[in-house]
Design a protein. Structure first.
Length: 284
């Protein structure tokens, strides 16, 4: 039985070898990666510009020797389409031409599309209201534009009134409005006999100051407008710089005296809104 089993096993092995059996004849194994590449592949790599030092990193297809040289896949070189000369990117909703109105030095056709001084100034004031951080970067150009436009007494008075109305009617504009007034008081070149920018501004404030008693006793709307004026005057006192005879920078002492009288007027009519305004004034 032993020889018979051996004979039977041998016959079965021969049949499996001939017919494929459980383990069919496999294709030749691919050469190791460290094996030298064929001349055809090496020549192809040289043509594509891949250095010889990186040849061992190129994967050789494992489909056997039937694979032709022309079918060897070489990874394409990815070329970027970015350019340093590409136009600037602006997010959606951004008006690229908005700030150009304030930086264009051409004053033709009503200062770059603006027909009147009031349109130009009001647009800039609204811009500062929405983006007060632009003050430092755009105030110089704004003052230069005004110097080319405000050349008459009437224009200067109109400018003062526009800024005063914005500072006393728009919430939270009193501080940036006071800074704007301080800058223009030092950089506007027009100085007519009726008074320069700072003098006209203080005259405009004096008109409201003289009506303080009536305003504190007025209706809610009148008191609200008066309270806005009080807080704007407080910001002016802190931000308006006056150069002394020796070049030193001082505050306008006349505003300090005016604020004390305004405080007295508020306390003389101690309704809630007047008392709230007085507290805000003291906090400033």
């Amino acid at each position: 039985p032993g020889s018979s089993g051996s004979h039977s096993s041998g016959s079965s092995g021969e049949r499996q070898h001939q017919t494929g059996g459980l383990f069919p004849q496999q294709e030749p194994l691919r050469p190791p990666k460290t094996a030298p590449l064929g001349a055809g592949i090496a020549e192809h790599l040289q043509q594509t510009g891949i250095p010889s030092g990186s040849q061992d990193k190129v994967s050789v297809p494992d489909t056997g020797p039937e694979m032709s040289e022309s079918q060897v896949a070489v990874a394409p070189v990815v070329m970027s389409k970015l350019s340093v000369k590409a136009p600037e990117f602006y997010p959606s909703g951004y008006n690229q031409n908005f700030n150009q109105n304030f930086t264009d030095s051409s004053f033709e056709d009503g200062y770059d599309g603006y027909l009147t001084l009031a349109e130009y100034v009001q647009d800039f004031l609204n811009h500062l209201t929405e983006q007060p951080g632009c003050f430092e970067t755009e105030i110089e150009q704004f003052a230069e534009t005004l110097n080319g436009w405000v050349t008459a007494d009437e224009a200067l008075q109109e400018l003062v009134e526009l800024i005063y109305q914005q500072a006393t009617s728009v919430p939270n504009f009193s501080y940036i409005g006071a800074r704007l007034c301080n800058y223009l008081s030092h950089h506007l070149t027009i100085s007519p006999q009726t008074g320069n920018f700072r003098q006209l501004l203080l005259q405009r404030c004096r008109t409201e100051y003289e009506n303080r008693d009536e305003a504190t006793k007025g209706d809610e709307t009148t008191r609200k407008q008066f309270h806005a004026f009080v807080l704007f005057l407080a910001e002016l006192y802190l931000n308006l710089e006056i150069k002394g005879t020796k070049g030193q920078v001082m505050r306008a002492e006349i505003l300090q005296e005016g604020l004390r009288e305004l405080l007295n007027a508020l306390f003389s009519n101690p309704v809630d809104s007047n008392l709230i305004c007085a507290v805000k004034l003291l906090k400033v």
